[in-house]
Design a protein around this ligand. Structure first.
Ligand SMILES: Nc1ncnc2c1ncn2[C@@H]1O[C@H](COP(=O)(O)OP(=O)(O)O)[C@@H](O)[C@H]1O
Ligand SMILES: [Mg+2]
Length: 444
């Protein structure tokens, strides 16, 4: 996650941006709704409060909204429930940073802007509101975040007014629409330079400049044909960054990613999952442009001649038909992800015209990933840890670093020591525990 720009915006600018942004996303729902849902913004005693009122805000909306917040804030330091709702405190800085900053004398270090208090109120009629409160003005990031929350839930308001947008229908069908997010820039994936370059050249650039790719194709080819990939398969072992990469692509191209968790759609809507999948493709096609991301299509692994469940067969045939249709539609690109490419149905496999391989990270990449999750370690230390983790995926390394952090934090609490990041020995111990490496390698 990039550091948020530290410039607080002037109040007028905040108000103007929030109003204009709200009008833009509410306008399709009609003028009454615009008036009813414009954010109420106040700035008193140097505390800014922004209230977003929603026609429909079910309690479950808490989770998708926190998901939006999580793209902008790194820490959630508090969660309180009260009879009318929930309050969370979202922060760019950790409680440790804050404690350190409190101990500093004025002028000794950067001042940390206060955290944001976000309160959700739900009423019994299904209406609701989200309040953002901060004892300072807002950063640009924070204004964007508030607008993002509004955008996500304005859709519910529209639904209540009768017309519902493609995004909302997609959500009802079990797909999630991810928009571009600052949390998913290319540096979210450490190492994998070749994979990133391939993806950039073969997927992101054609998405950004389709006209140029088309024109070049037309000038060069005797017969017209697609010069941009319509269906791409990400394949490689679990935990190697396939899902993360899909979100990076959505961010880099600014095109919404329609995330379809295949397994969950199949198990949750047993019997009607093929109708849902069909509808998801249709809705995605109704967006000006979209990337349909079929995650974990391993559900279709195992070829058709083996006893395949009837339901699976039906949903597979929907998928094959929809992917066939992609040839003439240019506004949808499909990305599939699988851990088991070799077991995929051959007909499905043949629908993909580009394959991107996500191998397990090599030693250099493991060091880069470790540097991402343990940024304070020295290069030699990262190298030593990397040498002991051959065959481990990015996810396993991330998890193991989390184990080390928790071990170290418990140690700090138990010994009342001052707060420092975990030393390399703690990582070595955590890795031994997690990966059951043989002991006695000495701790670097
Ligand atoms: N190269 C990498 N750099 C940083 N984090 C990584 C990397 N590879 C995997 N991860 C982390 O591992 C976790 C799993 O990654 P994910 O994209 O879900 O993998 P996959 O979809 O291939 O199973 C994520 O939290 C991701 O951030
Ligand atoms: Mg995944």
């Amino acid at each position: 996650m990039p550091e948020p720009a530290s410039q607080l915006l002037p109040y007028d600018q905040i108000k103007q941006q929030l109003d204009a942004g709200a009008v833009a996303c509410l306008a399709p729902a009609g003028p009454e709704l615009v008036n009813a849902h414009l954010p109420a913004i106040s700035y008193k005693k140097s505390t800014i409060t922004v209230e977003l009122a929603f026609q429909r805000l079910p309690r479950e909306a808490f989770f998708p909204i926190v998901d939006v917040l999580a793209q902008y804030f790194r820490y959630f330091t508090e969660l309180r429930r009260s009879y009318f709702g929930v309050t969370v405190v979202a922060d760019h800085h950790s409680p440790f940073d804050r404690r350190l900053a409190e101990k500093r004398k004025p002028g000794e270090g950067p001042e940390l802007p206060p955290p944001m208090k976000v309160t959700f109120r739900f009423d019994s009629k299904g209406h609701g509101a989200v309040f953002f409160e901060k004892e300072a003005l807002l950063l640009q990031e924070e204004v964007n975040c508030i607008l993002d929350v509004l955008r996500r839930y304005a859709l519910h308001a529209e639904g209540a007014a009768g017309a519902s947008s493609p995004q909302q229908k997609l959500a009802e069908l079990g797909a999630v629409v991810f928009e571009a997010s600052p949390a998913f820039s290319a540096d979210r994936i450490a190492g994998y330079e070749r994979t990133k370059r391939d993806v950039e050249q073969t997927i992101v650039l054609p998405l950004l400049h389709p006209e140029i790719f088309m024109a070049v194709g037309e000038m060069a080819r005797t017969r017209p044909g697609a010069s941009v990939p319509r269906a791409v398969l990400f394949e490689g072992p679990p935990g190697t960054g396939k899902t993360t990469m899909a979100r990076v692509i959505a961010s880099q191209s600014g095109i919404p990613l329609v995330y379809v968790p295949v397994e969950s759609i199949m198990s949750k809507w047993f019997g009607e999952s093929e109708k849902r999948l069909d509808a998801i493709f249709d809705r995605a096609g109704a967006l000006p442009r979209s990337i349909v991301f079929l995650d974990e299509i391993d559900a279709f692994a195992g070829s058709r001649d083996r006893a395949m469940h009837e339901g699976t067969r039906r949903i597979l045939s929907v998928l094959l038909r929809q992917m066939q249709g992609l040839v003439d539609t240019s506004n949808v690109v499909v990305i599939g992800a699988t851990n088991r490419k070799d077991d995929l149905d051959p007909a499905l496999l043949s629908r993909f015209n580009l394959f991107v391989h996500f191998p397990l990270p090599d030693a250099g990449e493991r060091a880069a990933i470790l540097a991402y999750y343990a940024k304070h370690l020295a290069p030699e230390e990262l190298g030593a840890l990397s040498a002991k983790t051959e065959g481990r995926s990015g996810r396993e390394l991330e998890d193991a670093c989390g184990v080390a952090e928790r071990m170290w934090a418990s140690h700090i609490i138990a010994t009342n020591a001052s707060v420092t990041p975990p030393p390399v020995e703690t990582y070595a111990t955590a890795f031994r525990l997690k990966f059951r490496l043989s002991g006695g390698e000495g701790s670097t």
